[in-house]
Design a binder for this molecule. Sequence first.
Ligand code: ADP
Length: 312
Amino acid sequence: PACIGVDLGGTKIAAARVEPNGYLTSRVRMETRAREGPERVLERISEAIRNVMAGGEVDGIGVASPGPLDARTGTILSPPNLPGWDRVPLKAELEQKFGVPVRVENDANAAAWGEYLWGAGMNSDPLVYITVSTGIGSGLVVNDRLLRGADTFAGELGQMVLEPSRAQGGHLRDGTLEGLASGTAIDALAAEAAGPGSRIWKLAEADGERPRAEHVFAALKEGDPDAEAIVEKVIHYLAVGVANAIHFLNPRRIVIGGGVAKAGDRLFTPLRERVEEWLMPSFVGTYDILPSALGDDAGILGAAALWEEGKK
Ligand code: ADP
């Protein structure tokens, strides 16, 4: 029968029943209220699961969670966007509560797995999945399995050091791919470049918001030079990351998701061109760079299907 997929995020919890064919039913969504701490958040996760479980028997529960986490034991270590969490044994707690097998996986890994089974990465092995959102996360599928590494921490392309003179280890730090090209980095560049009267500023003001990545891409459409400079910089760093990943893994596809990927062709067309400029000739034409097909559902779908690894 079906499995339950849970997507635990810093702001929302989503859960759904996922049928064996990837069909997603009886979905629930609620706020995480992460500031209330692990116990209250665990209660809400359980509530979400109980809600979708009411639809009938399930074989298991998969949870996509912010990392770092230990996917073998299903222990959440101390994610930057889950304050107060420190070695929370999520798998053990949920197994005890619901009496079915539970798997816990890093959210970017789960999304990579979802895209590989049912999305833009279908039949593409190896697959590189990159999410460009608040930070930059990634997941790698190799030989029909997620590549997890010795401690299940593998695949952190967002931590790739691109500007060593400015780099420090850690979440969203300077000099790393995510420090230079995540949504947060673009938001910061937007705020820096957009003086009152600039196009980016006006678009943000019309939305009643501070300048963000979305306003940069909207201003780009109108040929705004500030937006062109920002997007040029971001594409430069994303292309370095993608070209390095291609040389490293010789993937069949690179799928890019997350909020920033919603910018569409204005991002993907120049990114494809730039990546190709940096490749060894033998790699040219061996891969595709595509936007995510599952969007926000990738994590839920992938988490619910973790038992499918290595079955092909
Ligand atoms: P989260 O990290 O919470 O999952 P998202 O994946 O939505 O959030 O990523 C948020 C980032 O994506 C923000 O920096 C936001 O400005 C950016 N973003 C959202 N929509 C778009 C869009 N249409 N074009 C470009 N950037 C976008």
